[in-house]
Design a protein around this ligand. Structure first.
Ligand SMILES: [Zn+2]
Length: 222
């Protein structure tokens, strides 16, 4: 085989490095490189450049992977923080609303403050137009506030406790008169032992079987 010129070898060197030349060319290049210092020097340069290039790509890939990982991690932590903030927002809003409602309910809605027995004048009547067994209890609230709801309960012994309950925040009567509330019950419905105004620990007796009960005047039922 005739000697090949350096320029042909140098043209082919990139193909040789990329491993894409034919077996004949490869053989020819390798023979030439063994003999020619100039071309083998170029070959080494080409090889190390290629290696550096490859290394750079690998390093770049590594950096890119690290950056992507960091970005993913950051996005995840951002999402976590946002979700946490949302949850805290929902929970604290709920607590605040519950507190506001609790205060409102306790002050303006819940009927639980009993009008004390000493602030109530109780009259017991029988309505002549109704059954003999029907008893009417008229409660005058004398403390200047509007009435609330009536509460009546009977214990196991047959004691009935009637009371008027109000909210904590009371409404003042507009015309400074008495508030009157009327409660009726049929004494034959149960074996009543006694009827009290108030609660078991703070009450006054208003009726018990055998008590004389006056008939009410018609205007008492207006
Ligand atoms: Zn050469």
């Amino acid at each position: 085989m005739a000697k090949v010129s350096c320029s042909i070898i140098q043209d082919l060197l990139p193909l040789y490095c990329d491993n894409v030349c034919s077996a004949d060319s490869r053989k020819m290049i390798e023979e030439h490189l063994q003999e020619c210092a100039v071309c083998s020097g170029m070959f080494r340069q080409l090889g190390s450049g290629l290696q550096a290039n490859t290394q750079e790509i690998v390093e770049d890939k590594g950096k890119k992977a690290v950056l992507e990982k960091m970005s993913r991690k950051w996005k995840r932590s951002l999402l976590k923080t946002a979700l946490k903030a949302l949850l805290i927002g929902i929970v604290s809003t709920t607590i605040v609303l519950m507190l506001i409602y609790g205060v409102y309910y306790t002050a303006f809605v819940e009927q639980r403050d009993m009008v004390a027995p000493e602030q109530v004048i109780v009259d017991v009547y029988r309505n002549p137009e109704m059954s003999e067994q029907q008893i009417t209890i008229k409660m005058h609230l004398t403390d200047g506030y509007c009435g609330g709801t009536m509460d009546a309960s009977v214990d196991e012994e047959g004691n009935m406790y009637i009371s008027v309950l109000r909210t904590v925040v009371k409404e003042v009567l507009p015309d400074s008169g008495d508030e009157v509330m009327i409660y009726g019950f049929n004494q034959a419905q149960k074996d009543y032992k006694a009827v009290y105004y108030g609660s078991p620990d703070n009450c006054v007796l208003i009726w018990q079987p055998g008590d004389m009960i006056p008939d009410a005047a018609p205007d008492d039922f207006d």
